[in-house]
Design a binder for this molecule. Structure first.
Ligand code: GTP
Length: 392
């Protein structure tokens, strides 16, 4: 038969808390949230074990130590979750419950029932504050962990308020902390489950952040921050499969970029590429797919954009790059040439890029800093590029 006596459960809870803390501390490059959470677990576990030492300690010291430890543990866990979801925890929110507990313990030093009631209310309030902070905190997009943790924290807080109410109505089961009350046992088990779940959520949330960061890094070009070639090809191909037609593809190439590198050095060349990508991105709409596909070459896919609209956008991009105040002596102006093609029905991305590239070649050959559009005949067969826009 399962024995739910509080001493065994408290001892088990303390051991589990310490083991979890030790596990978290083994992690290399651990996050502040994991470090604070392991500290909270150690404090809680220590507080639990102090209950067993009560007979050996002065009454007041034992009560202050045990309850102070628990309040500190909740404050530190508040800080841990604050770090996890990027929320600042004011110092007074951490200190006030600890001071309040000490004062209340002094007031109710000879009334164990009231001590249980007031400590339950204070701990419950601390967990409510944690739950509210978790709700407004920053989580990985689409994460279900937030809902889990907010709901379980709210339930855990509710347990404390129920405990306060039950103890107020009938103190007997709660005044023997080391006795065998089923209600006490259920509360301890609840605390144990909550501690394990919080540890897992902290680890899983960190893993989710890390995964998203890695995914982002794997998709973006590290110099300019736009999509890299692989991610651009994947997203562009998907757009051509599922996007709304007409779809326009633009090849964009920085003019005389070799000269910029030669005159000003590679670092300034890199800076020019960054400025260029920023100007392009600032001119685009959400949903437009921009990638850096080579050294100084970008490609852009515009969904639901016909040829006339694409020409207007291309001209806007060209003007935006030309307007970049690139270097102080105005010898060097940053300009781009653009070749574009519009598809009215599904086609391969590579084929559209080739046609746009051919139009880009014409733009380069005819003086640069201009937009050239490749024509598509009614049958969909692409004809040779014709110059449609030219800047002086
Ligand atoms: N700074 C910098 N330079 C790069 C990078 N990638 C490629 N390049 C340089 O870009 C230059 C491209 O030169 P070209 O292909 O001759 O083209 P261009 O000088 O722009 O001439 P046009 O395209 O004909 O106007 C080369 O000198 C490459 O070394 C990069 O990431 N950073």
């Amino acid at each position: 038969m399962l024995s739910l006596d509080s001493p065994t459960l408290l001892m088990t809870q303390a051991i589990v808390q310490w083991l979890l803390a030790a596990l978290l501390m083994c992690e290399r490059h651990s996050h502040a949230s994991a470090r604070f959470w392991s500290l909270a677990l150690i404090m809680h576990g220590t507080g639990n074990l102090l209950l067993f030492l009560r007979p050996l300690m002065p009454h007041l010291a034992a009560i202050l130590l045990y309850n102070g430890c628990a309040a500190c543990a909740f404050s530190v866990s508040h800080l841990a979750f604050g770090r996890l979801v990027d929320q600042a925890v004011p110092r007074w929110v951490m200190l006030a419950p600890v001071l309040l507990i000490c004062v209340l313990m002094l007031i109710f030093i000879d009334d164990i029932a009231m001590r249980v009631v007031v400590t339950s209310v204070v701990y419950g309030s601390q967990v409510v504050l944690i739950s509210l902070m978790l709700k407004r905190g920053t989580w990985p997009p689409g994460s279900l962990l937030q809902r889990w943790l907010v709901i379980s924290s709210a339930l855990f807080a509710l347990c404390f308020f129920v405990r306060a109410l039950l103890c107020w109505l009938d103190p007997a089961p709660f005044t023997q902390l080391l006795g065998k009350s089923p209600i006490q046992a259920i509360l301890i088990l609840g605390g144990l489950a909550y501690g394990i779940m919080c540890t897992l959520v902290i680890l899983l949330a960190k893993l989710e952040w890390l995964n998203q960061d890695l995914l982002r890094k794997a998709m973006l070009d590290s110099l300019t921050g736009v999509l890299n070639r692989g991610a651009f090809t994947d997203m562009g191909t998907q757009a051509l499969k599922h996007g709304k037609f007409p779809i326009s593809v633009l090849m964009i190439d920085v003019d005389h970029f070799k000269q910029i590198n030669d005159r000003h050095g590679h670092a300034i060349g890199d800076q020019a590429l960054r400025l260029c990508a920023e100007a392009l991105q600032a001119t685009l709409r959400t949903g437009d797919i921009l990638g850096r596909i080579g050294g100084e070459e970008f490609c852009l896919v515009l969904i639901n954009t016909d040829k006339a609209q694409a020409q207007t956008i291309a001209e806007r991009l060209r003007a935006a790059v030309e307007a970049i105040p690139f270097v102080d002596n105005m010898e060097t102006t940053l300009t781009i040439s653009i070749g574009l093609i519009t598809a009215s029905k599904p086609e391969k991305l590579e084929s559209l890029m080739q046609h746009a590239d051919a139009a880009l070649y014409v733009a380069k050959e005819t003086g640069r800093n201009r937009v050239v559009c490749a024509h598509e005949n009614p049958g969909g067969e692409t004809l040779s590029p014709v110059l449609v826009a030219m800047q002086p």
